[in-house]
Each structure stands twice: as C-alpha cells, then as structure tokens.
Design a protein around this ligand. Structure first.
Ligand code: GDP
Ligand code: MG
Ligand code: K
Length: 300
C-alpha cells in the first residue's frame, strides 16, 4: 500500500500439484505459520486457503489448491476438482510442485491442465532431502526441463525449508507492478473460525489415518473471547455411527488427544489461552449431499 513506490509488486500465486507432493508444507513454510493443513493422506486440503506474504515491496498472495485427481461421483470430489481448476483463473504465477522421487500420470494430468495457461509456471522440485545420490539431481532436472518451457526450475525441500528463498524471489520477479491489496502485516483472509476448524480437522486426520475416510467435517459453533481466554466449541460431523465411535475412542481417549493437540495449535496461532470443547455428531451421507456442503460453506 505505497502507491508512490515504483518497486511495489502484488499478485496471485497458485500452488498446484497432485496430492501429497508437499503443497501445504511449502505454503506453511513460506508463510511461517500453520494455515494449511498437511498430512500423509491425500486430499486433506478441501478449501482454497489464501496466505499472504509481504516482503518489502513485494506482496505475494498464495492460493493453495486441493490436489488434482480423477473424477469421482461424490459431491465432495466434484467440489474439490472445481476448486482446483478455478484456483488457476486469474493468477499471475503458478508454482507447480512435484515430488523429486516420483513422476506419475497424475503429474502429467496437472501438466496438461497447465498447458492452457499463459502465465509463468515455476517448477518446484520438492523433497530433494530424500535423494541419496546427489548426481541423480542434474539429469533428473534436465529431463523435467523438456516437459514444458518452465519460467524457472527450483529444487527444494519444503519440509526442511531448503532453497525456499530462490523460489520466493522468482515468484516476486513475475508479479505485476501494483499497490498491495492487503495491509503488510496481514497473513490470511480466512477467518479465525475457519482456521480453528482446519486445526481440528487436521488432528482428526492425523490421529485416525487410514481408519476413517476423509468424510469428516468440522463446524465451529462458538468462537468468543472472554478476558484473555478464547472459548471454542467445535462440532465434528461424521457419516456413520461407527465413525463416531472411532473418533471418540476408548473412554473418549481419542477425542481427548485430538482436542489437546488442536488446542495447542490454536494457542500458538491465536497467541492466547484456548478452551476447546469438541462434540461428535452423525450426519448421514453429508459428503454425498450438495446441500450439506453448501451449509458448511464449501460449495461456492
Ligand atoms: P499436499 O497434499 O501437496 O498439500 O502435501 P502435504 O504438504 O500435505 O505433504 C504430504 C506429505 O509429504 C507430508 O507427510 C509431508 O510431511 C511430506 N513432505 C512435504 N514436503 C516434504 C519434503 O520437502 N521432504 C520430505 N521428505 N517430505 C515432505
Ligand atoms: Mg495440501
Ligand atoms: K496431503
């Protein structure tokens, strides 16, 4: 927001790639904040999370996309595909994230979608910390460079934070000259309520892993500050009675752990004491229902 500064740049950056290549990890590291949930399971990012990073004259507005994946009939998947595609419209730069160790047909599909774009595409070759032989790297990058005319190819490790600076500098170079759209200290346009629900959802996914499909939603019912304490009540929606038992666990132990970890994350993010209450409720077939998605604000 310095209209007089000729170096001022601002624009939208889409982070794309198939599930599990490390998009959320990368975004969180760039922002230095946990805004986008990560997990070993694909498709944990259901919403587009907007993260804002201002570094001097450059403001980059990052859009995290759900993984691009095959069509499936269920409403949730339809939503995610739509979100993945619409995230690419009107962006200034695309960061295409891949896993250094594996190039799959899913990567080819993403590349195919990108072929229609005219904006610069930076290839972020992630997880280089996993390479055992260093001399593998150059031939591999050379092979990748033939797949498209990438604006830049940057090997990095989102997990370790290696080589993220060159990526951010490249992004900055491709952003248009513009005043900043957001105040320089703002890091997201997502509400605190939304971030709180994402933290609960992440802990559920992490705790339950393969035991439960990702058909779990979290609604924040109460979010209010009293003195120095933030009171949060969250409703966990599952599809079946059996899933409810799994989330609650033996004598409520699982739910207690989910709550404890989510509360610690919230205290770090909101920088205050948090009282978190969790409820689990069965809402049959919610993932199949467009209406249910709409009521959860996930179907725009
Ligand atoms: P997304 O689905 O593309 O958003 O992927 P996530 O960010 O959720 O990451 C998927 C998994 O890959 C998680 O277990 C991450 O810890 C892991 N991961 C992400 N970046 C790296 C990296 O640079 N190195 C290694 N070894 N693992 C990573
Ligand atoms: Mg993700
Ligand atoms: K994931």
């Amino acid at each position: 927001t310095r209209p007089e500064d000729p170096n001022s740049r601002c624009g939208f950056v889409a982070i794309v790639g198939r599930p599990n290549v490390g998009k959320s990890t990368l975004l969180n590291h760039i922002l230095g904040q946990k805004l986008s949930i990560t997990s070993r399971k694909p498709q944990t990012t259901r919403h587009q999370v907007l993260g804002i990073k201002t570094d001097g004259p450059v403001q980059a507005i990052y859009v995290d996309t759900p993984g691009m994946h095959e069509e499936e009939p269920r409403a949730l998947n339809k939503y995610m595909n739509k979100a993945a595609t619409s995230a690419l419209i009107d962006v200034d730069v695309v960061v295409f994230v891949i896993d250094m160790m594996t190039w799959t047909t899913a990567d080819e599909m993403v590349l195919e979608k990108l072929s229609k774009l005219t904006c610069p595409v930076i290839l972020a070759v992630n997880k280089v910390d996993k390479i055992e032989k260093r001399d593998m790297l150059l031939p591999h990058l050379d092979m990748l460079s033939k797949k498209r005319d990438f604006a830049e190819i940057i090997p990095l490790s989102a997990l370790r934070g290696t080589n993220l600076q060159p990526l951010e500098e490249a992004v900055g170079r491709f952003l248009p000259q513009s005043v900043h759209f957001y105040p320089d200290d703002q890091i997201t346009d997502r509400s605190e309520r939304f971030l709180a629900s994402e933290m609960v959802r992440e802990k559920i996914t992490r705790q339950l892993g393969a035991e439960l499909p990702y058909s779990v939603a979290v609604e924040i019912e109460e979010f209010k500050r009293q003195g120095k304490t933030l009171h949060v009540s969250a409703l966990i929606l599952v599809e079946r009675e059996g899933q409810k038992k799994i989330v609650i666990g033996d004598k409520g132990e699982r739910l207690r752990l989910i709550g404890q970890e989510a509360r610690q994350d919230m205290e770090r993010l909101f920088d205050c004491k948090v009282m978190l209450r969790l409820w689990v409720k069965v809402k049959r077939g919610w993932a199949d229902s467009d209406r249910a998605l709409k009521s959860l604000g996930m179907n725009d």
